[in-house]
Design a protein. Structure first.
Length: 120
């Protein structure tokens, strides 16, 4: 039993068990995969179909350097995910991980919808 788990059990809270953290770990890994897919789809849409990047902080970068765009995008989300994972005993960090995963899931659905309009 880890220190985090013992702390939650002493407080009588129902979160923070090993099983909960296993699920949260899968959510964090899924978030990183969804971010990678978002980057790949974005590069495809921008390069071959003239789409624009919706993230204003990365919009110039995607047009100037695809490699740097992916490096910055993957680094920022990975560092944010690592920060939230290390603070997983905080309920706000857990909620943030779920929110980020859900947001990237919606972005993936947007990419799939766009691809259906382009290819069909």
């Amino acid at each position: 039993m880890t220190h985090d788990t013992m702390t939650y059990r002493r407080r009588g809270l129902a979160i923070g068990t090993e099983e909960h953290f296993e699920w949260l770990y899968l959510i964090a890994k899924g978030l990183l995969v969804l971010n990678l897919l978002d980057g790949v789809f974005t590069l495809i849409w921008v390069e071959y179909f003239g789409a624009g990047e919706k993230n204003f902080m990365l919009s110039d970068l995607v047009h100037n350097s695809a490699v740097l765009f992916m490096l910055v995008k993957l680094s920022l989300v990975s560092l944010g995910t690592l920060f939230l994972w290390r603070n997983r005993s905080n309920s706000l960090a857990v909620i943030s991980l779920f929110f980020a995963f859900f947001s990237y899931y919606l972005v993936l659905l947007f990419h799939l919808q766009y691809s259906s309009m382009v290819f069909l």
